[in-house]
Design a protein. Structure first.
Length: 93
């Protein structure tokens, strides 16, 4: 029984300590090369809530991204910005 438990622990440690997939540096490098959005501005609503404005480099459309460190564990939402005619802001720029 001890051999079986020891073997199971050794197997779990072997799989747990070996990396599966790409390295973190590799993922960061690919992400940096494929950045789709250009940072425009960051507005702090309060000490925990931020609205970040970005522009899609391919389409030119502007987006507002909301994030809060106190709600939803920092997860927020992203929405396109619209002009007075209801068209996505930046569509004709």
């Amino acid at each position: 029984m001890k051999k079986m438990v020891f073997g199971l622990v050794a197997l779990l440690l072997t799989f747990g300590l070996t990396a599966c997939g790409e390295s973190t540096d590799s993922v960061k490098e690919k992400t940096a090369m494929n950045i789709q959005f250009e940072f425009i501005s960051r507005d702090f609503i309060d000490t925990t809530t931020v609205i970040t404005t970005v522009r899609d480099k391919e389409t030119g459309i502007y987006y507002a991204a909301l994030s809060s460190s106190t709600t939803s564990n920092g997860i927020g939402g992203m929405s396109p910005l619209y002009d007075k005619d209801g068209m996505p802001f930046g569509h004709d720029n």
